[in-house]
Design a protein around this ligand. Structure first.
Ligand code: SF4
Length: 199
């Protein structure tokens, strides 16, 4: 027969799990209220950080040195790795889109980022004080970016994209079964991914 201590311990464990699950259900309601129905819960340790991503930012990306939420205005790769190490639970949002014209991408990205920010805020208000959203793209909240963190005109809302924080998005999303390919034209569907660090 189990002793009382063991039964109490089991009961507490059950209550904790039940609380966590019902807490996450609340978050899922938030996601779905904002029309994010395609998402996956992951352990934050599944977010892969890699040096090659930062090298691609430095050599080959036109935004390098021009955006307030992109390298070199962001922490080092090691600091990014340590940042993700401070979380257990995260969510990947899959956002698929075909744009008619290449220039439509900026306005679409801005609208998605604004909506993602609302999700981050509501998750924060739900009691998850560490909630932090990574946009699916570089920060495009303004028409013209001021180019540095210090001069950012929207510090409260600006967030980095996962690549800015050296996340290997290809490896990370493929590891949970999501599609992602290098695209050769704007007429192809984009599979973009935003990451919410929860707790
Ligand atoms: S909020 Fe505006 S100024 Fe700040 S990083 Fe984003 S685009 Fe640049």
């Amino acid at each position: 027969m189990q002793n009382n201590y063991f039964i109490e311990k089991q009961h507490c464990k059950f209550l904790k799990e039940e609380t966590t699950i019902s807490g996450y259900k609340k978050l899922e309601e938030i996601f779905e209220n904002h029309n994010y129905k395609d998402y996956r819960w992951i352990n934050a340790s599944q977010i892969m950080v890699a040096n090659w991503v930062r090298f691609k930012c430095i050599f080959g990306c036109v935004s390098y040195g021009k955006k307030g939420s992109c390298p070199p205005q962001v922490p080092s790769v090691e600091e990014c790795r340590a940042f993700f190490g401070e979380y257990d639970q995260a969510v990947i949002f899959h956002i698929a889109k075909i744009v008619e014209k290449p220039e439509d991408r900026v306005a679409w990205s801005r609208e998605v980022s604004k909506e993602l920010l609302k999700v981050e805020r509501e998750v924060f208000w739900a009691g998850y004080h560490k909630a932090f959203m990574l946009f699916m793209d570089e920060c495009r909240l303004c028409n013209g970016c001021t180019g540095t963190r210090e001069a950012c005109v929207n510090k409260e809302d600006s967030r980095p994209g996962p690549e800015s924080l050296a996340v290997d998005v290809f490896l990370t999303v493929r590891s949970v079964g999501y599609p992602i390919e290098v695209l050769s034209g704007y007429d192809q569907e984009m599979n973009r991914y935003a990451f919410l660090l929860v707790e």
